[in-house]
Write a protein that binds this ligand. Structure first.
Ligand code: NAP
Length: 288
């Protein structure tokens, strides 16, 4: 009997399996394309011939494939689901909160405990302090897996038993990531147009990051309290800044899609009569 089975040995599944081996875990692995298991077998993993044997080999099962749908396809095959009785299933494939709820229900129907695991790391970072993960699901299952999750990531955020929370937080962080990515690129175009090195811009962005952190905290605190009367920055101030960003893009002939989005966004707040409130009052517009 192994301690943990890893199903799915793509880039991330292989990174997880490697990190578990390096942490001294006895693991069994399975992948649709068996050849991908070869380096792991050489490093000490046991290759199972099929998913049923893989699940039967360990009390804990971690699945890291393309999606929840692929996971269900693998685990629903004839003779496989029966193997799940009494096991703990860790879903490390990407999915939505709704899919996490359905997956938990399905796993429980098969007699298995379920945890949703959302990874914030590149495969080579697994097993290092730089790897981060968000986990949700039954607390007793989490406690059983806590040591191995800690072996995989330096930061493990366990949200609690509300299983859809991990995917919801993952999606919220993804929205934040995309916002930062798109705005970084727009900033790079501003600099290119002005003859400024973009690597210097990047250094400055990193240096100014504490201000961004404060802004993020400000938004979260205000929305949670649902109070928008303060002294930091009004929505009107935000709208004026956005107009300047748009004007600058037009003047220098660079792409205007990002500032147009931001200007239209704040305009909706002004149209709703929220100009004198703190900028996070925009949440009222987003709530519809
Ligand atoms: N890579 C990252 O940086 C990263 C970061 C965070 C989270 N993730 C998440 O990790 C998960 C895996 O990503 P990845 O980067 O490892 O992708 P990947 O390298 O493309 O691997 C995909 C895995 O899914 C398996 N698979 C796909 N369709 C299948 C099917 N119908 N039946 C059986 N197996 C199937 C593949 O098997 P074959 O080898 O046989 O094709 C492979 O093991 C995703 O949900 C992703 O969002 C990845």
């Amino acid at each position: 009997m192994s301690e943990i089975t890893v199903i799915g040995l793509g880039a991330m599944g292989s990174g997880i399996a490697r990190a578990l081996l390096e942490a001294g875990y006895d693991i069994t692995v399975w992948n649709r394309t068996a050849a991908k298991a070869e380096p792991l077998v050489q490093a000490g993993a046991t290759l199972a011939p099929d998913p049923a044997a893989a699940i039967g080999a360990s009390p804990i099962l971690l699945v890291c494939v393309d999606s929840f749908a692929v996971t269900r396809e693998i685990l629903s095959a004839a003779g496989v689901a029966q193997q799940l009785v009494g096991r703990t299933l860790l879903q490390a494939s990407h999915g939505t909160p709704q899919e996490a709820r359905e997956a938990e229900r399905w796993a429980q129907e098969q007699g298995a405990a379920f945890l949703d695991v959302n990874l914030w790391a590149y495969p080579e970072q697994m097993g290092t302090p730089d790897a981060r993960m968000i986990v949700a699901g039954a607390e007793d299952a989490y406690r059983r897996c806590e040591a191995l999750l800690d072996a995989l990531a330096g930061t493990v955020v366990y949200y609690g038993e509300q299983v859809e929370a991990a995917s919801a937080l993952d999606q919220a962080m993804t929205a934040f990531y995309y916002g930062a990515f798109v705005s970084s690129l727009h900033g790079a175009r501003i600099c290119e147009a002005a003859g400024i090195r973009t690597d210097r811009l990047a250094d400055m962005m990193v240096q100014f990051m504490p201000l961004i952190s404060e802004t993020v905290k400000w938004v979260g605190d205000r929305v949670q309290a649902d109070e928008y009367v303060g002294s930091l920055a009004t929505l009107r101030t935000g709208a004026i800044g956005a107009e300047t960003l748009l004007q600058q893009a037009r003047d220098s002939g660079i792409d205007t899609s990002f500032p147009e989005f931001v200007t239209a966004f704040f305009q909706r707040g002004l149209d709703a009569g929220l100009g004198d409130q703190d900028a996070p009052a925009m949440i009222k517009v987003l709530r519809g």
